[in-house]
Design a protein around this ligand. Structure first.
Ligand code: AGP
Length: 603
């Protein structure tokens, strides 16, 4: 999950730096840029840390009409200047940036690159040295050498390559890692995602796995590694460039938390028609209604959204539903029912762990649906069907509006499927009303965000650990609340089924341990109050987030009333805000937590 940007045909430096800044959420250990002024001058500058460090290192004369840039999330080799991209070969003819993982880099190094002087310990440098060796030994031009090298390379990649003997070209190659080709007037641009370069163009070419390309300022040729031409048509992307900006917010995370009410309304507009009937592609409903079991696979926050989706799908459709971690199922595939149906939940649509499962699902000819925020993403293209989250670009590494959007879109699917199966619960369910209630409740909660800041400052920011506890859907939200808090504030936080704590983990509760208790489950609200007493009697500082019907004197947050199956949409909002304030008030970079990246495109 690194970010790459390439430009050919116009002053490239600032476009690349701006694109990399927009891509910094994908990884920010180190960065680098190669520029060529097509006048015999070339420049290579790299820096550890953020793009701002790279900008500071660049001198005014470093300009170019062709350039490639990279912001790195380290997979092989520590974040150092030498390991930063672009990588170059020992003759300094080729310059390469890469997003992905080369699985056979060690064998390639061993077999083809004996005696070559390496300047880094990255897998990427092996590839650029290999290209150079092939070009010299077979006396090939850069593009031909690139294609020959790619026949030997195994793994995931989005490559941008410049051969400084013909610098008016940028050569590209895509396999499993995201890459978009943008078409401009007198220039072309390549980036990890379209949003990062929307200020340059809205016309893009979707590249497929296995594509290799030769890009100039006014042309693009796409081929297979065997040189067979392939047709890739351009299309105009309808995304508002402002949607991907912070506006007046200090951090994207708070902006995206605040956007959740409008995302609920957008989902309502998208998935209900003028008669207020739910509107889902009949082909999806027809396919999934044949299922005797639904399998939901995802990672991280999306997995937590799947846990909530399971309760909805089982309640409103009667189809048994299981939820699994994509990273486990990829190599330990679950036992299949007679008529399985797979759902992939993924904000980015590029998560490698989920892609591994989808490849196996396709191999077994099992029908699949991807619910994602990115139209045209890999998991969307490779599944049979897609439903979009309509959440707008989510930039903060910590997922918030995509999580609630995933729950809302799963509710839409449960409603439409339940109706098709003639289930009374679904037919009687006024989901459009529930979405409006959710939007209204979310608005109330984000409007009173200051109270969460006080709680975070009082109970969390000085703690080294914390717990979320809940039962039923609240347990699923406890897992998500814990992930939010730990990933942005670095406070070790565990989400627990409230009654489970006493079976061992309660030994960790000591004086002032923060325990955030979620009480929005009708069946267990009173029992959870008992679990709260168990931790209070051991010295915990308890913060209670309770639904209106279960609230008691002294509760820290009271949630507006909502249908239990939709309750996660509200219960999660205080948890998101606690995480935001804990991180911000600890002086951390809320949007780009250490060690993380927004889209995990490696296994
Ligand atoms: C969310 O806060 C995390 N950053 C992370 O767990 C994320 O949800 C996970 O990597 C899955 O990403 P996806 O939804 O794009 O597949």
């Amino acid at each position: 999950m690194c970010g790459i940007v390439g430009v050919v045909g116009k002053p490239a430096r600032d476009i690349i730096l701006n694109g990399l800044t927009n891509l910094e959420y994908r990884g920010y250990d180190s960065a680098g840029i190669y520029l060529n002024d097509l006048n015999g001058n070339e420049y290579l500058t790299k820096a550890v840390g953020r793009i701002s460090n790279l900008k500071e290192k660049l001198t005014p004369d470093e300009q170019g009409l062709v350039g490639i840039g990279h912001t790195r999330w380290a997979t092989h080799g520590k974040p150092t200047v030498d390991n930063a991209h672009p990588h170059f070969d020992e003759t300094k003819r080729f310059y390469l940036v890469h997003n992905g993982v080369i699985e056979n880099y060690a064998e390639l190094k061993e077999k083809y690159l004996q005696g070559v002087k390496f300047h880094s310990n990255t897998d990427t440098e092996v590839v650029v040295q290999l290209i150079s060796k092939i070009a010299r030994e077979k006396n090939l031009d850069g593009f031909s050498a690139f294609k020959e090298a790619l026949k030997l390379v195994k793994g995931s990649y989005a490559f941008l390559l410049v051969d400084d003997t013909e610098p008016e070209h940028v050569f590209i190659a895509k396999n499993k890692s995201p890459m978009m080709l943008g078409l401009g007037d007198g220039f072309n641009i390549i980036a990890s995602d379209a949003i990062s370069v929307l200020d340059q163009t809205k016309t893009f070419v979707d590249l497929q796995d296995g594509d290799v390309g030769d890009i100039t300022k006014d042309s693009y040729t796409i081929e297979t590694v065997d040189g067979k031409k392939v047709e890739r048509k351009p299309h105009v992307l309808d995304i508002d460039p402002n949607a991907a900006s912070k506006g007046t917010y200090e951090f994207y995370m708070l902006k995206e938390i605040d956007e959740q009410p409008s995302v609920m309304r957008k989902i309502s507009q998208t998935y209900f028609d003028e008669n207020d009937d739910v509107k889902v592609d009949p082909k999806i409903i027809d396919s999934i209604s044949k299922a005797d079991r639904i399998y939901i696979y995802a990672a991280g926050t999306s997995y937590h959204a799947g846990l909530v989706g399971k309760t909805m799908l089982e309640h409103y459709t009667g189809i048994p539903t299981e939820v699994g971690l994509a990273s486990e199922a990829g190599y330990h595939f679950p036992m299949m029912s007679k008529n399985p149906f797979f759902i992939f939940l993924t904000q980015s649509g590029e998560t490698a762990d989920s892609r591994v499962v989808l490849k196996e699902v396709n191999k077994r000819n099992i029908p699949s649906l991807t619910i994602t925020n990115v139209e045209g993403s890999t998991l969307s293209r490779e599944a049979d069907y897609t439903m979009l989250l309509e959440a707008g670009p989510e930039i903060a590494v910590a997922s918030t509006k995509a999580y609630t959007a995933q729950i809302a879109v799963q509710a839409v699917l449960a409603k439409a499927l339940g109706e098709a199966l003639n289930k009374a619960e679904a037919k009687d369910w006024n989901l459009k009303h529930d979405l409006a209630i959710a939007a209204e409740g979310m608005q109330q909660l984000v409007d009173s965000k200051e109270s969460l800041k006080e709680i975070a400052d009082k109970y969390l920011i000085k703690s080294r650990n914390a717990f979320y506890i809940g039962r039923g859907i609240d347990y699923a939200v406890a897992l998500e609340g814990a992930l939010k808090l730990k990933e942005v504030s670095y406070i070790q936080t565990e989400g627990f089924a409230a009654a489970e704590l006493k079976h061992g983990t309660i030994s960790l509760i000591e004086k002032d341990t923060p325990v955030i208790a979620l009480i929005n489950d009708p069946a267990t609200a009173d029992l959870t109050r008992g679990n709260i007493q168990e931790v209070v009697s051991r010295g915990a500082n308890v913060v209670t987030i309770a639904g209106k019907d279960f609230a008691r004197e002294g509760d820290n947050v009271v949630l507006p009333e909502i249908n239990y199956y939709m309750s996660a949409l509200l219960t999660v909002v205080p948890a998101q805000l606690l995480a935001y304030y804990a991180s911000k008030d600890k002086g951390l970079d809320v949007d780009k937590p250490r060690n993380l990246a927004k889209s995990v495109t490696v296994e």
